[in-house]
Design a protein around this ligand. Sequence first.
Ligand code: C2O
Length: 558
Amino acid sequence: PKVREYKWSIVNRVGNPDGVYRHMLMINGQFPGPLIEANEGDTLIMEVENQSENATSIHFHGIYQNGTNWMDGTTGITQCPIAPGRKFRYQFTVNGQSGTYYYHGHVAVQAGDGLYGPLVIHSKDEKKLQQIPYVSDRVVMLQDWYHDLSSGLLKSTLEPGSESSPIPDGALMNGMNQRDCSKLGHRMCDNSTATLPSLALTANANHRLRFINTGAFAWFQVEVDEHSFAVTEVDGTDIVPTYDTRMMISPAQRYSIILNTNLTNANSFWLRARMVAHCWKEPNLPGPGADEIKAIINYVPSGKTKKTKGLTSQPSSRSWSKGMEVQCRDMNTTFYVPAVFDPPPPTADHSYYLRSNLEIGDWRLERGFFNQSTFRPNLQRPTLHRTIEGLSSHNETFNSMRNIDGVNEVCYDKKHDFVIQHSGVKVVDIIIQNFDEGNHPMHLHGHKFWVLGQGHGPFPGYKALGLKEHGQGMLEEGVLDNLIRRDVATAEGFGWLALRFIADNPGVWALHCHMAWHSEAGLVMQFVDRVDTLATWEIPEANRRLCEAPISELKKGA
Ligand code: C2O
């Protein structure tokens, strides 16, 4: 195993990735942030210096952080924000997982200002697990793109009377696009440095493309003209290659596909990623074609995989015929088969029924809710600090906490800190009933959960799913065998989502909607695993020091 060290300065920059100038947040002046590529077992060190005007933090999405909950980067939960001018060193080992991940700012909607980048972990068995060998391996990040600073958009979104989340102005692929400035009249725009993304792929070979939706809000439908492809990875879980022509990807989800460059009718093709605008209430995008971002795939003879400069012509390839209905929900993964047999335990120790509600169309409350709780991060005393301090100082309230297996209303104010905790290793089910017409891609930090089921209408119950609840009923044979394990799954509008996870990872972990506007409205709750272990922990000095900044500094940009 290696130690990989990075020095990151977070800076404010003006950029025009698609032509339109705007203020952005970048790492070392780079957008998107640098690729981190590691092998399983490696230790990653990110020395972050905050040279921006915003308080910030970095979260490594999907990383287990086993034993290093301090490094999860969730402000108000595992750390205080890194105030302007301060430093923080993220250090952790990537163990027991591989595949496609990313990192992003976890203060407000900073990822939407550019603060994110890809993180790829290679498994020791990558070659062995590869059912279709490939000659190249790349990341394709898709992102909805706003031409205004996210803090301003957030403010107006949370204002009384605001109708819905802000609609993106366009989209980017790997931080690139080229918009027609003349159609975007009032914006400062110069697209002479902007380009359409392009991929040079050796002809007659297999190529792995790792898709990551790094956006704040939009779902993408992805296709490669005239090519079908094999889906081989779902959020870090390798699956038996499954062929398709189109793919749906929600914010924060990842899918790998294998593309075979075996067509002979042309040398270049469009890769299209379309924001699924009809899932929004008011799909008013500025300018024609704003909802679609295209990349040029160029076939190149082997030995010439370098970026081809000065492309002369655009592909004349055609999109897969319209007609496939695009639903506002996750791609159906029920027919996927994990490459490594890994079913969940047959029953759970606890089932929690949660109601998610964003008060859409009724923003008098201007907040998102899990049951009666709307999250407001405590920027000076994150949940992890309060928990450890309480337990280690033998604070009476917190000591009584050791006996609670379930919702903890004794130590936390459920109105803003909805905490469910467990002592020892427990198997936990979460059933989310979504009371909004919009969908919520739910993400649980520090774990991969099994998706027991998801659908429209009310949760049909364990029995209907062939599952067993607390020793009641029968488990249907084989029903758990091929369940997919991932870290983002969607509760569709007026629908439900049932998840199972093993609460074995000491720490405080957020469960939240990954639509940035929704999590910032408070659609966040927390799970505490292994209270028994936490009682023996101490708060690391560096983590504590972050909280010493004046509150005015901790709040900047939040
Ligand atoms: Cu990408 Cu809190 O998550």
